[in-house]
Every structure is written in structure tokens, then in C-alpha cells.
Design a protein around this ligand. Structure first.
Ligand code: SF4
Length: 348
């Protein structure tokens, strides 16, 4: 079976226009025989879930400097990895990252398996990531469909079924274009096309290798695609965070339970986050002062408003374990907890 002519046109475009990304092997080097490092592809794909390329680049460089191989990451201290991940969000990814690295080392001698079925048996690797890894790292003819690819396919075939209902037909259409040769480059090419040319608001059809054969471009419907079902309104939850600072600069932090939101991350003691305002129950008795500003943060499923209570306490005021000033790095906190700290710091 021959590869679809559209895939050839896109690969030619990719050869000239591929984005330079720190985890990517450039098409010219790929043709010269350079092989992508599955560890780097896996790491980048996990980081890219729900996060932009621009944000991921810095984290990727930090992680690969600290842990250049899967063996290094598998041997890393959990707290160091969670701290390095802080700010990237969706913290279950970081916990699964460690589990996956340790499984690859323990059960696969440090080699990621080269096919989707085995890849999906690893922690944190689902249908999308297994397809991306099999395709990009191992050049398997798998179809990789992320938000960019959905948008490109909806336009190329002028699909007006709204997302998420359109997901399955769009995958089917994308499969029909996936070539058997240079499958990894092709997967990256469609993503690059969606990220740089077939952009959400104003696609640059003049620069597109698929202009002329793209139904939405021909029919003038591209800007309105893909259609999406209206999103449900997010509820607002309320909570209270308590920032206790000792006179020697030590602060009271706690590690959140492994399961649940921000699981395993460091944070300030506080109430549950509920749609009804929680009661003010500090972790210990002190002169707690409320900050005039509240923290506002949005998670996937809800908005959060946190009242911030601050207390300055003497060194022997509590039998809790405080983190020494020299060991406290706000950068190790998840974003919402950093916001709490920046408001609390203004009161000290
Ligand atoms: Fe997107 Fe325009 Fe290319 Fe169609 S021609 S795929 S709408 S950039």
C-alpha cells in the first residue's frame, strides 16, 4: 500500500520547517541515522500533557541535567523529583514518572519497550503517550492525535461534529494519512503544523503544504473549526491556608497525602477545599492575622479561593517540624502554594 500523497507533502514541509526542540532529533539528523532517545521522548511527552511546549522546555532541560538517563531518574530521591516538578502542575504525572522509570529499570533493564501494548503496561502511559512514544522514539506506524492534530484533521476534512464527540472519527481520519515510512517524523510534522501554521484562531493557509486539498480552506470554514460542545461552568471552592513563620525564618510546611490533588507535594497546612466556606481551625494556637488579599487559582475542574492566615511565632511555640530557612525554596512548591507564600510574605 502506498503512503497517502498528503503525508508526503507534509513530510517535505517538515524537512524545511521542523521546530527545534530539545528532545527532538531534527529531520536532517534522523535521515543521517541519528536515533531519538526513548527516555527523552518519554520525559517530554509526559511533561507536555496539559502543558505548553514553551513551559516544558525549561523543565525538560532541568530534568535531563539532573537525571540524564532513566537509571539516574529511577535512583532519584522522590522529594527531589517532586520539587523539580513543582510549578508544572498535574502532580500525579510526577509520581507516575518515578514509578515508570523504576519499572523500566527493574523490568526492562532500562530500555523502554518498543511497542504500544508493552508501553501501555507502564505507569502513567496511556493510549496517547504510548502512540507518541512508539511513533517518535521507535518509528512505528502509530497515529498520534493530540489537540493540534484534532484541529488539523477537522479542518482538512471539514468535520463539523463538535468535540469531544468528534474524537473517534478524527482519529480514524488521521489513521488514513499515517505513513508506514518516517512515521515518527510524520507524527511530529502534524503537531508542528497545528502549532505553527494551522493555529486555533487564524490559520496561515498560505504557508500550509495542504492548502488546495484542505476542505475547510477551500470552503472557507477553517476559522470556525473544530466545533466544540460548550464547557460546563466550573464551581468555586473555598479554603484557608496557614503560614506559620518562626522568628529564625523557619516555616511550617507539610507534605500532602500521595493521593488526591497536589498529591505528594509540599504545601501549607490548611482546611479542605469545599464549596461551603470552611471553619477557621488553625494547626496550633498563635496570633493568626488574615491577609487582605485572597489567593485565586484555577484547577481543571474548579476555581479556588484561599484565605491566607499568617502567624509569626517564637522558636519553641510548637512541637511541629518546621523547615529551616536555609532549606526552604518557594520554587519547590506547587503554583497555588507559591501564591500563598507571596501573599503571606507581604505581611511579615
Ligand atoms: Fe489548516 Fe489552512 Fe492548512 Fe487547512 S490549509 S490544514 S485550515 S492551515
Amino acid at each position: 500500500m502506498r503512503d497517502h500523497p498528503n503525508s508526503k507533502a507534509l513530510l517535505a514541509w517538515y524537512d524545511a520547517n521542523a521546530r527545534v526542540l530539545p528532545w527532538r532529533v531534527a529531520p536532517v539528523d534522523r535521515k543521517l541515522g541519528q536515533i531519538p532517545d526513548p527516555y527523552r521522548i518519554w520525559l517530554s511527552e509526559i511533561m507536555l500533557q496539559q502543558t505548553t511546549v514553551a513551559v516544558v522546555k525549561a523543565y525538560f532541560l532541568k530534568f535531563t541535567a539532573l537525571w540524564p538517563t532513566v537509571f539516574d531518574l529511577a535512583a532519584a530521591d522522590d522529594a527531589d523529583v517532586m520539587a523539580a516538578w513543582a510549578g508544572l502542575g498535574y502532580y500525579a504525572r510526577a509520581r507516575n514518572l518515578l514509578k515508570c522509570a523504576r519499572t523500566v529499570v527493574a523490568e526492562f533493564e532500562g530500555h523502554f519497550p518498543p511497542n504500544r501494548v508493552q508501553l501501555q503496561s507502564l505507569p502513567g502511559i496511556g493510549p496517547y503517550t504510548s502512540a507518541a512514544l512508539a511513533s517518535i522514539a521507535f518509528d512505528q506506524p502509530e497515529t498520534v492525535v493530540d489537540g493540534n492534530v484534532e484541529r488539523v484533521m477537522a479542518r482538512l476534512f471539514d468535520v463539523h461534529i463538535p468535540l469531544p464527540t468528534a474524537k473517534v472519527p478524527l482519529i480514524y481520519l488521521a489513521e488514513g494519512l499515517t505513513p508506514r515510512k518516517r512515521s515518527g517524523d510524520y507524527a511530529q510534522a502534524v503537531m508542528d503544523l497545528g502549532a505553527t501554521v494551522c493555529t486555533p484562531k487564524s490559520p496561515s493557509c498560505d504557508l500550509c503544504p495542504w492548502r488546495g486539498c484542505c476542505l475547510a480552506q477551500v470552503r472557507g470554514t477553517a476559522a470556525g473549526l473544530p466545533k466544540k460542545l460548550p464547557k460546563a461552568k466550573k464551581p468555586t471552592r473555598l479554603g484557608i491556608a496557614f503560614v506559620a513563620c518562626r522568628t529564625d525564618g523557619a516555616v511550617l510546611l507539610e507534605q500532602r497525602p500521595d493521593r488526591g490533588l497536589l498529591g505528594g507535594m509540599l504545601g501549607w497546612p490548611g482546611s479542605d477545599w469545599t464549596e461551603v466556606a470552611p471553619e477557621l481551625t488553625p494547626p496550633f494556637h498563635a496570633d493568626w492575622v488574615e491577609a487582605s488579599e485572597v489567593v485565586r487559582h484555577t484547577f481543571t475542574h474548579f476555581h479556588l479561593q484561599l484565605r491566607v492566615m499568617v502567624a509569626s511565632v517564637p522558636q519553641d511555640s510548637s512541637n511541629r517540624h518546621f523547615t529551616k530557612k536555609s532549606d526552604f525554596r518557594p520554587m519547590d512548591l506547587p503554583t497555588v502554594m507559591r501564591k500563598v507564600w507571596s501573599i503571606a510574605a507581604e505581611l511579615q
